[in-house]
Design a protein around this ligand. Structure first.
Ligand code: ZN
Ligand code: ZN
Length: 168
């Protein structure tokens, strides 16, 4: 058997955490580096997250969730950086600040940030329980402390969202 490439490993972990937390198989893609470069703010040397997200929104059909990874460092207005962002049916997670020499630590951060952004796609807001994946990560320390799963309160509000989708 051929060993999975690093990208395959990232995408497998990403798919796995979304199945585990939300029970959904979502297709996740990596943003092409050349395309990503187009959204770089030259002064900051970071990618404008809102511009990138707006571009991805028109790429995909509006009825399916679309989740992306990028290697570029992201920022949005008023924030020096962000680990990811989500709006409408599109979520982006940046791997830039999650990297670590310890591969397992890196992959666990990736799983948490993905789980967090997809929570936003389902309408979940930030949670004040620091163990909950919907807790806002200001620093990597916050990411490392929280779990990849929803607390019982967020799980209940998610249940409401999923029920209303099914009933529609
Ligand atoms: Zn958030
Ligand atoms: Zn919560």
């Amino acid at each position: 058997m051929v060993a999975p490439t690093w990208l395959e490993k990232e995408l497998n972990e990403a798919t796995d955490v979304l199945i585990k937390v939300y029970g959904l198989e979502v297709s996740i893609e990596k943003i092409d580096e050349d395309k990503g470069r187009y959204f770089i703010d030259q002064k900051r040397n970071q990618v404008d997250g809102i511009k990138m997200l707006s571009y991805l929104r028109i790429l995909k059909d509006a009825n399916s969730l679309s989740v992306w990874l990028t290697e570029y460092d992201l920022y949005i207005e008023n924030l020096n950086f962000c680990f990811g962002l989500a709006y409408g049916n599109v979520a982006i997670v940046s791997t830039y600040r999650l990297r670590d020499r310890k591969k397992d630590l890196y992959l666990s951060r990736l799983r948490k940030e993905l789980s967090h952004e997809v929570g936003h796609l389902f309408g979940l807001r930030h949670c004040n329980n620091w163990r909950c994946v919907m807790y806002f990560s200001n620093t990597l320390l916050d990411t490392d402390r929280k779990s990849e799963d929803l607390c019982s309160k967020c799980r209940m509000s998610l249940g409401g969202v999923i029920n209303s989708v099914i009933r529609r």
